[in-house]
Ligand binder design. Structure first.
Ligand code: GLU
Length: 502
């Protein structure tokens, strides 16, 4: 294979969608697998769509995902600059080359004139296409005499440069994922390559940069497939070698009907962006929701690519090793928010308790609780299997840190009996005699007491938990009382008895 050089080429128009992150990942896997180079190129030629903060967001997202950029704005490289607005001076000469060859032309039609043509066609039930069929009748250097259009240029009349799409030509090309494709140029329009603001359009800048940056494989989203025939034509006009193309299938909504959008996430409560987006209309991010980056990329990697085995958990290195474009499917992949949580659950289970204790300690600190790390480690051991996120540890353990202020009424109604208060008072007297409060010590003592007295285990344990926890949830009760200690346990039982009843 030729030297592998791939690029991720986002436009800084807002937060990076997870579909874009997946494109970046597949490019990265492919580059690393083939000892190639991963390039980050910022495509910001469309000034109207530029959004402040988006470029930094893109870079931070890649960093959070563990994607290491080899060449880019911050990294440098021999093919820079890597931001298209910094390459502005490069593009014009290529547009001129096409004009000289007769493959492009100046067009002077004003936006208002084009709008009139569009609406007239619309009224007649047609779609206006600027192409070979109409170009001779419009205001451009094909239809006008040379003296006329040169005069317009001299006078500084605004113009764009359009590609002169041949009239009726079959374009044949190949896509690694889609196979062989044939498109007739009759369906295509004379796309603008160079705008009146002096900037190239996406099409021209993208092709010129892919060529100058010696990109070997263009791996990008399926939404760019309709642009590919034009791109192929441009390569031919320039007589440049083509890179290989791979167009990735879409990420679909959870119901499989259409492209996954921010609205789906808002409706169903999941993020569609890697990081929180803080500007304007804010948006949730996987990072802030508590996802681990390795779980996030593992989940994303499997949306569209399959390893051909049952394996689901892959580290970054394993993904790089296992990845191949040939195993990327043609059809869209349905995004499953539950599966995303499942991945985080798995990754949380793999973490050592002492690591989780450190992460949870940060969470507690923010809430004013300062707890010894060893004690936290024990606590995590009790609830780890039930949680998918560090923040859920709190939901499972809040009562460890504070005595219940209320008691679940349903549980009281169902479990609190005539003799419950008396039994709990007796329990206090038993517990008072135990010094070692480990579950291994308290459990047999209590069980023996219940047995000897002929009490009902369920009746006692249910109200015991109720007064300690405030509800019927939580891990093994003897583990709970060990952690909160003798004094606190007795205090909670006493309070429960006095609040709930005699
Ligand atoms: N700038 C385009 C985007 O925003 C790049 C498409 C391509 O990779 O060619 O996705």
């Amino acid at each position: 294979m030729t030297r592998v050089r791939v690029r991720f080429a986002p436009s800084p128009t807002g937060p990076l969608h997870i579909g874009g992150v997946r494109t970046a990942l597949y490019n990265y896997f492919f580059a690393k697998k083939n000892n190639g180079t991963f390039i980050l190129r910022i495509e910001d030629t469309d000034k109207a769509r530029f959004v402040e903060g988006a470029e930094e967001y893109i870079m931070e997202s890649l960093k959070w995902c563990g994607i290491i950029v080899d060449e880019g704005i911050n990294e440098g490289g021999n093919y820079g600059p890597y931001r298209q607005s910094d390459r502005k001076a490069i593009y014009r000469q290529y547009a001129d080359m096409l004009i000289d060859k007769g493959d492009a032309y100046f067009a002077f039609d004003t936006p208002e004139q084009l709008e009139t043509l569009r609406s007239e066609s619309g009224k007649a039930g047609n779609t206006f296409i600027y192409n070979a069929a109409v170009r001779e009748k419009l205001n451009n250097s094909v239809s006008l005499q040379e003296t006329e259009w040169k005069e317009k240029l001299d006078k500084g009349e605004p113009y764009v440069i359009r590609y002169k799409m041949p009239h009726n030509d079959d374009i044949h090309f190949d896509d690694i994922i889609r196979g062989h494709i044939v498109v007739n140029t009759g369906t295509l329009d004379d796309k603008v390559l160079f705008k009146s603001d002096g900037m190239p359009t996406y099409h021209l800048a993208n092709i010129v940069d892919d060529h100058l940056m010696e990109i070997s494989h263009v791996i990008r989203g399926e939404e760019w497939l309709p642009s590919l025939p034009l791109h192929i034509m441009l390569y031919r006009s320039f007589s440049w070698d083509l890179p290989l193309f791979a167009h990735l299938p879409l990420l679909l909504k959870p119901d499989g009907k259409g492209k996954l959008s921010k609205r789906d996430g808002d409706k169903m409560g999941f993020p569609v962006f890697p990081l929180f987006w803080p500007y304007g209309e804010t948006a949730k991010g996987y990072r802030e929701e508590g996802y681990y980056p390795d779980a996030f990329i593992n989940m994303l990697a499997l949306l569209g690519w399959n390893p051909g085995t049952e394996q689901e958990i892959f580290s970054m290195d394993e993904l790089i090793e296992a990845f191949s474009i040939e195993r990327v499917g043609k059809s869209g992949s349905r995004f499953d928010p539950e599966k995303a949580k499942w991945f985080n659950h798995q990754y949380l289970q793999y973490r050592y308790n002492n690591q989780l204790a450190l992460e949870f300690r940060e969470f507690l600190r923010a809430r004013g609780h300062h707890v010894d790390i060893i004690r936290l480690e024990t606590l995590i051991g009790l609830v780890k299997e039930r949680v998918s996120f560090v923040k859920e540890i709190w939901e499972q353990t809040d009562f460890f840190f504070k005595a219940p202020e209320t008691y679940d009424q349903e549980v009281i109604k169902k479990r609190w009996k005539e003799n419950s208060a008396a039994l709990l008072r007796e329990l206090i007297s038993i517990l008072e005699k135990i010094d070692d409060f480990s579950a291994a010590k308290t459990e047999p003592v209590i069980k023996t007491w219940i047995e000897e007295k002929g009490y009902n285990t369920g009746e006692i344990m249910n109200v015991f938990r109720l007064v300690v926890v405030g509800a019927s949830r939580g891990p093994h009760i003897f583990d709970i009382i060990c952690w909160i200690g003798k004094e606190e346990t007795i205090k909670r039982i006493g309070k429960g008895v006095s609040v709930i009843g005699k």
